[in-house]
Design a protein around this ligand. Structure first.
Ligand code: GDP
Ligand code: GDP
Ligand code: MG
Length: 291
C-alpha cells in the first residue's frame, strides 16, 4: 500500500504523540480520537472498556503499551472476517452495487487493471444504462485497463439484458472475470432494488455470481451505513469495497462498517488513479490507523 495517501494515523498522534504515561487525559483524548475517526459511539465504548480491562489486568502504565494494545485490538477485530475475493469460477461474475457517486465505476476500472496484471481476461458490463455518460466513463476505464466491454445497444436498455449479454459473451470468448457495473440512484430505491434483483436472476440463469460487492464511500461515515442497509438487505452482498480512504481521517469507519454489517471488507480505494486500489490486510491497516 502506498504510504502517501494515508492520513489515517493523524488522529491518534494527538493521543500518543507526547504522553509517556497513561493518565486520565490519555483516556479522554483517546475517546475523542475514536469518535472523530468515526468508530461510532457503540464501538468506541466497547474499545475503551476492553482497553481499560487489559491495562488493569497487565498493570500497564506506559502510553506506548496502550498504543500497542489498540493496534492489536483493531487488527484482531478486523481479522475476524475473511477479506479474500472469491474469483475461482470461470467466468467469475462480480456484480458491483451501491449508491451513486461512491466509486463503483472507478473501482471496476481499478480492479480490471489489477486483474489484468495477472493476465486475467476481463470483461466489463455497462449495466448502468441510465445515463450515456456512465457507459462512456466505464468504456474509458476498460480501455485503460485493457479489458473488453459490453455496452447497451441503446440508452435506457434493460440493465438485466446488458448483464445477460455480458455473461453470454464471457462464456463464448473465455473471459476469466466479468465485472458488472450498475446504476445507483438512491431516489428510486424500491425500483433500483427490483432492478438489481432482476439483474441477479438473469445472470444466475447462466452462471453463479461469485461476488456482489457493495461500494461505500468512507467519507460518508455513519450516514453511509444507513444508505447501505437497503443493498445489504436486498442485493445479496458478499463483501464491501471502501473508497476514498485517501485523505480521510475516518478510518474507524472501517471497523464500524464491518462490525455492523457482518460483511468483510475486500478492497480499499485510496485515490482516483488506476493503481489506487488494494486488498485489505488487517494488521497493515491497524498499523496505518494507529501509527
Ligand atoms: P459511481 O457513481 O459509484 O460509479 O462513482 P464513480 O466511480 O463515478 O466515482 C465518483 C467520484 O469519486 C469520481 O470523481 C471518482 O474519481 C471518485 N473516487 C472514486 N474512488 C475514489 C477513491 O478511492 N478516492 C478518491 N479520492 N476519489 C475516488
Ligand atoms: P423478467 O423480465 O422479469 O421476466 O425477467 P427475465 O428473466 O425474462 O429476463 C430479464 C431480461 O434479461 C430480459 O428483458 C432480457 O433482456 C434478458 N434475458 C433473459 N433471458 C435472456 C436470453 O435468453 N437471451 C437474451 N439475449 N436476453 C435474455
Ligand atoms: Mg458509475
Amino acid at each position: 500500500m502506498s504510504e502517501r495517501s494515508w492520513s489515517l494515523s493523524g488522529v491518534f498522534r494527538s493521543v500518543f504523540g507526547g504522553a509517556e504515561k497513561i493518565s486520565d487525559d490519555t483516556w479522554d483524548d483517546l475517546e475523542t480520537a475514536l469518535i472523530s475517526a468515526d468508530f461510532g459511539p457503540d464501538l468506541t465504548d466497547e474499545i475503551l472498556e476492553e482497553l481499560r480491562r487489559e491495562v488493569d489486568l497487565q498493570h500497564l502504565t506506559d502510553a506506548k503499551d496502550l498504543r500497542q494494545l489498540l493496534r492489536d485490538l483493531i487488527s484482531d477485530r478486523l481479522a475476524a472476517f475473511d477479506p479474500t475475493l472469491k474469483l475461482s469460477d470461470r467466468p467469475a461474475v462480480v456484480l458491483v452495487v451501491g449508491v451513486n457517486g461512491e466509486g463503483k465505476t472507478t473501482t471496476i476500472g481499478k480492479l480490471a487493471n489489477y486483474l489484468r496484471t495477472f493476465d486475467k481476461r476481463v470483461l466489463v458490463g455497462a449495466a448502468d444504462t441510465f445515463r450515456a455518460a456512465a457507459v462512456e466513463q466505464l468504456a474509458t476505464w476498460a480501455e485503460r485497463a485493457g479489458a473488453d466491454i459490453v455496452k447497451p445497444q441503446q440508452q435506457g436498455q434493460d440493465p438485466a439484458s446488458v448483464a445477460f449479454q455480458t455473461v453470454e459473451r464471457a462464456q463464448a470468448e473465455g473471459h476469466d472475470i466479468v465485472l458488472i457495473d450498475t446504476a445507483g440512484r438512491l431516489q428510486t430505491k424500491g425500483g433500483l432494488m427490483d432492478e438489481l434483483a432482476k439483474v441477479r436472476r438473469v445472470i444466475e440463469k447462466q452462471a453463479p455470481i461469485a461476488e456482489v460487492l457493495l461500494v461505500l464511500d468512507a467519507t460518508t461515515g455513519q450516514n453511509g451505513l444507513a444508505q447501505a442497509e437497503a443493498f445489504i438487505e436486498h442485493a445479496g452482498v458478499t463483501g464491501l469495497v471502501l473508497t476514498k480512504l485517501d485523505g480521510s481521517a475516518k478510518g474507524g469507519f472501517v471497523l464500524a462498517v464491518q462490525q455492523s454489517t457482518g460483511l468483510p471488507i475486500k478492497l480499499v480505494g485510496q485515490g482516483e488513479g488506476i493503481v489506487d486500489l488494494t486488498g485489505f490486510t488487517p494488521n497493515v491497516f491497524a498499523q496505518q490507523l494507529v501509527g
